[in-house]
Design a protein around this ligand. Structure first.
Ligand SMILES: C[S@@+](CC[C@H](N)C(=O)[O-])C[C@H]1O[C@@H](n2cnc3c(N)ncnc32)[C@H](O)[C@@H]1O
Length: 236
């Protein structure tokens, strides 16, 4: 039997109208939908976005990815998830894996894809790009991502913010993702560099309680309860 196709679908970062037409078409044809198991509210976001486009008989399979920094634990869970997807594909069914934003930007799909490729190199994979969170954030704030020969750097916030500082040193546009609970420390860095007036902060883009803030000083006294789903774009 010919195995099914794996579709990695970027559903966009929030507004269900940001989902690509191609992803909608695939969801209308694909009964088996895989999503990371919801550990926190953010994890179920991709499914929430895609929900209205699922077939009435869609079967949603949740894949478990532990919150661990242990490489062996993570490898084992990605392998297990890939095996679950491959089992379905082996039965001749297509499978869609949903990703918030774009599937190939800081996404679980990247690990899943690598493992599926290792287990079944022959399987057809179609990755459908999605609107990234930073594209949506820039659009909501009507701010450019890059112009002329400007450098654009995407930085995932880490505990020490070193990468962020180095990116600011290089100049151009700096996009900071995965801010989490580091917002005040990020603002300290911007304030020290006199950049508070040159950034936009967007939380929960395209979702209920969306926040678009072009005056970053306001975030000093009104810490947003946005947690994980927030992004900063700075013209350094
Ligand atoms: C694991 S990454 C996923 C990125 C995603 N694949 C993309 O293409 O944008 C999660 C980070 O994306 C950003 N993000 C995703 N959705 C967002 C949203 N609706 N509003 C603001 N930031 C968002 C946040 O910085 C969050 O920490």
């Amino acid at each position: 039997m010919k195995p099914g196709t794996l579709y990695g679908l970027g559903v966009g970062p929030g507004d269900p109208e940001w989902i690509p037409v191609k992803a909608v078409r695939i969801l209308a044809a694909c009964q088996h939908v895989f999503v990371p198991k919801a550990r926190a509210a953010a994890d179920s976001v991709a499914l929430d976005i895609a929900r209205t486009y699922l077939r009435p008989d869609a079967v949603v399979h949740e894949l478990t990815f532990p919150m661990s920094s242990d490489a062996q634990v993570l490898d084992a869970s990605w392998r297990q998830a890939a095996e679950a997807v491959c089992q379905r594909l082996d039965q001749g069914d297509d499978a869609a894996f949903l990703t918030l934003g774009d599937p190939l930007l800081y996404s679980t799909y990247i690990y899943l894809l690598r493992n599926v490729r290792q287990l079944r190199p022959e399987i057809d994979v179609v990755t459908v790009p999605g609107i990234t969170a930073f594209s949506a954030a820039a659009a909501l704030a009507n701010t450019p991502i890059g112009q002329g020969k400007q450098l654009v750097t995407i930085v995932p916030a880490s505990d020490d913010l070193d990468q962020f500082e180095r990116a600011l040193d290089r100049g151009g546009t700096v996009i900071l993702m995965k801010i989490g609970d580091r917002l005040q420390r990020v603002l300290d860095v911007l304030q020290a560099r006199g950049l508070l007036a040159r950034g936009v902060f967007v939380a929960r883009a395209g979702m209920p309680h969306q926040q678009v803030e072009t005056d970053l000083t306001k975030l000093r006294d009104r810490e947003p309860q946005t947690g994980y789903l927030s992004i900063l774009i700075v013209q350094a």
